[in-house]
Design a protein around this ligand. Structure first.
Ligand SMILES: [Fe+2]
Length: 373
């Protein structure tokens, strides 16, 4: 039976960070999230603070330890810097999904647990992913409160003026892993979540003259909408951007989250006005795109795409528009992708890899990554 875990899609994504309040402000100002919930000493939780951020279907949580005794959070941030701790999947039945995942090789992290308060109850369980991350199974059908028990309305009186970004929902979540780990995690995700390998990029498929990587994409077999590319460094003349991530993050973890929009030009315009930094795309890219436009029905004005530096991949079915932020925190690790799929495009921007990686390499040169052999 397909999709036996009865996954209905992504639910929340939680980041462990050095300063949750600052992360909440940044997401509110730069990305136009609403700070919809808060958990901390004022709501009865003594050793951490969390801010619940929402935007259309996006549910993000940013969490910081406020006491070193909260070792789980403090040690994660000390080692990895700010990063994604867990992403979650909505399932019909948490106990059944967890049991099945573990039976199929999932490494249990937290057994199913019911969390309740006066607003009802929700159920959660988690299995391991990569070094220090988790995949959470959640069902919140019987909970009417803000996010989870322990959360309340934000106590801060935060009023932020910002340009609306129109960000919609999580499109895909990407992991970076060490050499020889890609197949291991591909197998793990396919078996435990009943996913399938959808795309594979082998040696030479994704490379510039300096650096290279391997990549596989696993996704839901029927609906569910789960898409998870996994990248591994590959030998090149210089250090791969994946290797740089592993070095800086001190291990394998989540590299980026792609967020969808229905109007990427308006979204990127707003994000830029809000101060978000993006990778730069060379001018020549758009001259080439003008030629491609003749063979594909690209409805966007190429000059508009050039103006906002948006990438357009015409490979395969339909076409997709995308752009990548620079790493959003201090280490060159986690970043966001903004994506719009047109006419059933299913790819991940493989036609853009060359232009994109050359852009990343310019930043790597500035960071001195290429000096280290
Ligand atoms: Fe992506």
């Amino acid at each position: 039976m397909a999709n036996e875990l009865k996954i209905k899609g992504y639910d929340y994504i939680e980041f462990y960070v050095g300063s949750a309040k600052m992360w909440a402000y940044w997401h509110a100002k730069a990305m136009a999230f609403k700070i919809a919930g808060y958990c901390g000493p004022e709501t009865g939780v003594k050793d951490k603070t969390s801010y619940y951020l929402v935007k259309n279907k996006l549910k993000f949580v940013v969490t910081s330890a406020i006491k070193p005794s909260n070792y789980e959070i403090a040690s994660f941030v000390e080692r990895h810097g700010d990063g994604v701790k867990r992403w979650s999947l909505i399932v019909e039945n948490v106990q059944e999904a967890f049991n099945l995942a573990v039976k199929n090789g999932g490494i249990p992290v937290r057994n199913p647990k019911r969390l309740e308060d006066e607003n009802g109850y929700l159920e959660e369980a988690a299995i391991k992913l990569y070094d220090d991350a988790e995949i959470v199974f959640i069902n919140r059908d019987n909970y009417k409160g803000i996010f989870k028990p322990g959360f309340g309305k934000p106590i801060q009186k935060i009023s932020i003026t910002t340009q609306d970004t129109g960000l919609q929902e999580v499109d895909h979540v990407v992991g970076n892993v060490r050499i020889n780990e890609m197949n291991l995690w591909e197998n793990y995700l396919n078996k435990t979540l009943n996913l399938e390998t959808f795309l594979e990029f082998g040696a030479g498929d994704i490379s510039t003259q300096y650096s290279a990587l391997l990549s596989k994409v696993v996704r839901s077999k029927n609906g569910g909408g789960i898409k998870n590319p996994i990248n591994e460094p590959y030998e090149g003349k210089k250090k791969s951007q994946i290797e740089e991530y592993i070095d800086e993050y001190l291990g394998s973890g989540i590299q980026h989250i792609a967020i969808s929009t229905d109007n990427i030009i308006a979204t990127i315009k707003a994000l830029r006005e809000n101060g978000v930094e993006f990778l730069t795309v060379p001018n020549a890219y758009y001259d080439l795109l003008k030629e491609k436009k003749l063979s594909k029905m690209i409805i966007e004005d190429i000059e508009e795409l050039r103006k906002y530096g948006i990438l357009c991949d015409t490979e395969g079915k339909g076409y997709l528009l995308q752009l990548f932020t620079k790493p959003i925190s201090d280490r060159p690790t986690f970043f966001y992708e903004i994506i719009q799929r047109r006419e059933g495009a299913e790819g991940f921007g493989q036609g853009n890899f060359q232009a994109l990686f050359e852009s990343i390499e310019r930043d790597q040169v500035a960071r001195g990554t290429f000096d280290k052999e």
